[in-house]
Design a protein around this ligand. Structure first.
Ligand SMILES: [Zn+2]
Length: 240
């Protein structure tokens, strides 16, 4: 029958194992962050894109308004010509004055329209420049997003590789520990964020900072059995 470890020997192995398990835990946490981070990057990009689309819409609206007013102006100018043609045909002075008045009013309307068109042309010019600059920004943002995604894929691969590697290393350690102690350790590990062991730090549990009772400290010193922190339920050990 093979010799079984003393608890003291097991504890030494568990301390080495703990180092690996902490790394596995940290890499697993990082892995979980990958899709979260990707979402953040995508949202950032969407927000930039939304702003750019709003700019494009604004330009489109200004161009449309300009076109409408130009159309309106053209129609009014035609009407003026028509009315001016009619001036030669009128029979009475009253009719003549009435048409002259109408023409004057239409001309006044047109100068207001012309003013508005000039303002819109300025707006279109400014916004066209903004949209063109925005197009360049969008290209850069698209590239940035693609680069970030590539980086995340690489990071994910790296994390998975490290986890696999560490897990195969831990197998060698855990197989040396007594089965009962090993399964106890695994149970605590699963519940305690990758840290199943807690070092004693001047009479306190270094993990939860709780002050340990004298009896607990003595039991840990003996290294005969598993002793748990009564507060955080991690396996306590003393640094040799
Ligand atoms: Zn504790």
């Amino acid at each position: 029958m093979p010799e079984t470890n003393t608890f003291k020997q097991d504890l030494q192995i568990l301390k080495d194992l703990q180092v690996l398990d902490k790394q596995i835990y940290d890499f697993s946490q990082e892995l979980m962050q990958v899709p979260v981070q990707q979402k953040v990057y995508e949202q950032e990009f969407e927000s930039v894109k939304k702003n750019f689309q709003a700019l494009e819409d604004k330009l489109k609206q200004a161009k449309l308004k300009q076109k409408e007013k130009e159309l309106d102006l053209g129609q009014k100018e035609e009407q003026i010509l028509k009315r001016q043609g009619q001036l030669n045909l009128v029979k009475t002075n009253e009719e003549y004055s009435a048409i002259r008045m109408e023409i004057a009013n239409m001309k006044a309307d047109n100068s207001v329209l012309e003013e508005a068109i000039l303002l819109l042309m300025d707006e279109v010019e400014v916004e066209t420049k903004q949209v063109n600059a925005g197009k360049e920004t969008m290209k850069l943002e698209e590239k940035k997003l693609a680069d970030r995604k590539t980086e995340l894929v690489q990071r994910e691969k790296e994390c998975r590789f490290q986890i696999d590697d560490l897990k195969s290393k831990r197998k060698a350690f855990i197989s040396q520990v007594n089965a009962e102690t090993a399964s106890f350790y695994e149970r605590i590990l699963a519940k305690k964020s990758g840290m199943a062991l807690a070092r004693i730090d001047s009479e306190n549990c270094s993990s939860c900072q709780m002050k340990l009772r004298a009896q607990v400290l003595n039991e840990v010193k003996l290294q005969e059995k598993i002793v748990l922190c009564e507060n955080c339920t991690r396996i306590l050990y003393e640094e040799n």
